[in-house]
Write a protein that binds this ligand. Structure first.
Ligand SMILES: Cc1cc2nc3c(=O)[nH]c(=O)nc-3n(C[C@H](O)[C@H](O)[C@H](O)COP(=O)(O)OP(=O)(O)OC[C@H]3O[C@@H](n4cnc5c(N)ncnc54)[C@H](O)[C@@H]3O)c2cc1C
Length: 573
């Protein structure tokens, strides 16, 4: 133990980072590259947090990876879009810094580390009816990563959710899914599908799961691998529990692990990247809409420690005026092989496809089913103010399931009775019986289905405009005419899957400035205290402009925090 003034420090570093999700690991990595002595303390036994289970997409307007592939974009158009969507509720200064720095940060990581990204190409913003929205080039995703490179450390990478893996442990990307579903339609699709399957079988001889990592798992593994290359230590099972504050400055923090409590001096600061408040019942009660979402997709370790500890140090918490507290996805509840419940997020594979409607407890549609996952849940809440919409029911027929699948029911499934017996879906031979099973008045559901089938013929959804937005059509079926998102529901058995609201991340968080320095309730910096990731209040103020709007800011502000702590920020105060 060393002595520093009147505190006995067990360890001294420049930067202490709490949380090894994408936000924390980026901060630690950039800190090390900027010559800081960095220590990461992680509450769980693995890196990745919610980020490891995510799709791993980042929204970075004007990124150079997309430009190199010929996509044209404009950050000023993106700024116009954000202003149109978010309005005055957000923090324009942080938003602008994000847009200015985004491409630079991605290039910085790509040039100096193994954290590399590829462009997603066409990936429309979620509200292309607002000026400045983009249709392609803004989304990038972490390049696939070979987990074997991590050796023993591979087990330290939090696996994706079971529902996102095939055969119990094989990861697939969005592109892989398209190839697998159409594996008999071209030699290329077949060869690709066979190669990833064979690779998986080989992996199983030596590993507990597939080592061909994609999406958020690739991002996590790339960050962790790069941290290892920079010799940044990660202490597992070591949550931050308290700050040491003296003379209005954060001097360090207390972490707790098997060795007991340890005090860490952090000369340049302590960074909170503990993933937000998703699993903190008190914050849920204070911040979330009612009825409280019954499920969360966030890591169970994310219990609001950053917000709690920050609050006790006088930090401000930003609550957008309309209390948009989280980023949502509708989820269905699955039964896992070990008997536990899992959650399947209905992000993009089913809702937009032709021949699916979503209804409330009165059998009425309440939204454009092909809108973004976030907008879908906001619509559930709006509908629920009048009619019970918790759960909402996704309804389709057997043709739909065979072609596209629904939730965890894969395309090609013919034995729907088996799925129904497992309790995941309700099936019936008539719409009227289906309605009765769901407790919905049968004539109401029959009318809704009849109306849907009329829309399928005309190609115009005159109630909710399914298929109107580019996003709708992108996730629909281009071969389906006249509207890629509208199709008949006519061939029994008919299928219903219940969906509930769940958050994939929180948007309410600690108040910070453009360098991630935490501000107190009077908007003054708390010297030595930083936040990023979902511990930092979202620059999107709870709106969801496009794919990757939590990971993008987590990484960009993680970088800015590290640069500031190293005294090398472009806007050093
Ligand atoms: C299915 C799904 C898909 C998603 N897809 C995307 C996407 O494509 N793009 C996108 O932008 N977002 C996506 N998200 C959201 C995204 O994953 C999260 O917003 C993001 O991971 C937040 O990053 P973070 O670093 O703040 O937190 P996390 O990734 O959750 O990491 C927080 C870490 O902090 C640790 N921790 C908690 N408390 C403490 C403590 N006291 N001390 C030390 N460590 C602590 C946790 O164990 C965890 O490892 C998705 C989420 C889900 C569920």
């Amino acid at each position: 133990m060393e002595n520093d003034t009147d505190v006995s420090w067990d360890r001294k570093v420049d930067l202490l980072v709490a949380g090894a999700g994408p936000g924390g690991m980026t901060t630690a990595l950039v800190g090390a590259l900027e010559e800081l002595d960095v220590l990461v303390c992680e509450k769980s036994q693995q890196v990745g947090g919610t980020g490891a289970t995510s799709a791993g997409t980042l929204w970075i307007p004007e990124n150079s990876q997309s430009k190199a592939e010929g996509y044209k974009d404009s950050a000023s158009e993106a700024a116009r879009y954000l202003e149109g969507l978010i309005g005055e509720d957000g923090d324009e200064e942080r938003r602008q810094v994000y847009l200015d720095d985004g491409p630079k940060v991605i290039d910085y990581l790509a040039e100096r580390t193994e954290v590399k990204f590829s462009p997603c190409g066409r990936h429309p913003d979620y509200r292309n009816n607002i000026a400045g929205a983009g249709l392609d080039g803004r989304a990038i995703v972490a390049e696939q990563f070979d987990g074997r490179k991590l050796g023993q450390d591979f087990d330290r990478v939090r696996p994706p959710i079971e529902e996102f893996m095939l055969f119990g442990g094989m990861m697939v990307s969005k592109e892989d899914v398209a190839c697998l579903v159409n594996r008999y339609k071209s030699i290329m699709n077949f060869t690709h599908s066979a190669s990833i399957y064979i690779r998986y079988l080989i992996d199983l001889l030596t590993h507990k799961r597939g080592t061909r990592l994609t999406m958020g798992n690739a991002l996590t593994a790339r960050l962790f691998y790069s941290l290892r290359q920079q010799n940044v230590p990660v202490l597992f099972g070591s949550p931050i529990i308290e700050l040491v504050v003296k003379e209005n400055r954060v001097q360090g923090a207390i972490i707790e692990n098997e060795q007991g409590r340890q005090s860490i001096l952090a000369r340049k600061g302590v960074v909170f990247a503990t993933g937000g408040f998703a699993n903190n019942p008190d914050f849920r009660e204070s911040f979330m809409p009612k009825p409280l979402p019954p499920y969360s997709m966030a890591s169970s370790y994310n219990t609001g420690d950053g917000l709690n500890i920050g609050k006790s140090a006088g930090a401000g918490i930003v609550v957008p005026s309309h209390k948009r507290s989280a980023f949502w996805s509708p989820v269905s509840v699955t039964k896992r092989r070990d008997g536990s419940n899992g959650l399947f997020p209905h992000i993009l594979l089913d809702r937009a496809k032709p021949g699916l409607i979503a209804v409330n407890s009165q059998g009425q549609r309440f939204t454009n089913e092909a809108c973004s996952y976030h907008d879908f849940v906001e619509a559930m809440y709006r509908s629920h103010e009048v009619i019970n919409t918790m759960p909402a029911w996704l309804i389709c027929d057997s043709t739909f399931v065979f072609k596209y699948g629904i939730g965890t029911i894969h395309p090609g499934t013919t034995n729907l009775r088996k799925v129904a017996e497992a309790g995941y879906a309700t099936i019936s031979d008539t719409i009227s019986d289906l309605a009765t099973s769901l407790g919905i008045k049968k004539n109401k559901l029959e009318n809704t289905v009849r109306r849907n089938n009329e829309f399928a013929t005309t190609g115009i959804d005159s109630d909710f405009g399914k298929g109107d937005l580019e996003l709708n059509r992108f996730n629909g079926d281009a071969d389906n005419k006249p509207n890629p998102c509208l199709g008949n529901i006519e061939k029994p058995p008919f299928v219903a899957v219940a969906v509930w609201p769940a958050e994939i991340g929180c948007s309410i968080g600690l108040k910070t400035n453009i360098n991630g320095q935490v501000l107190n309730r009077d908007d003054k910096e708390i010297i030595g205290m930083y936040a990023c990731g979902n511990d930092m209040s979202s620059i999107m103020a709870g709106c969801y402009p496009g794919p990757g709007i939590t990971l993008g800011p987590a990484i960009v502000f993680g970088y800015r925090v590290a640069k500031h702590a190293a005294g090398r920020a472009s806007t050093q105060s």
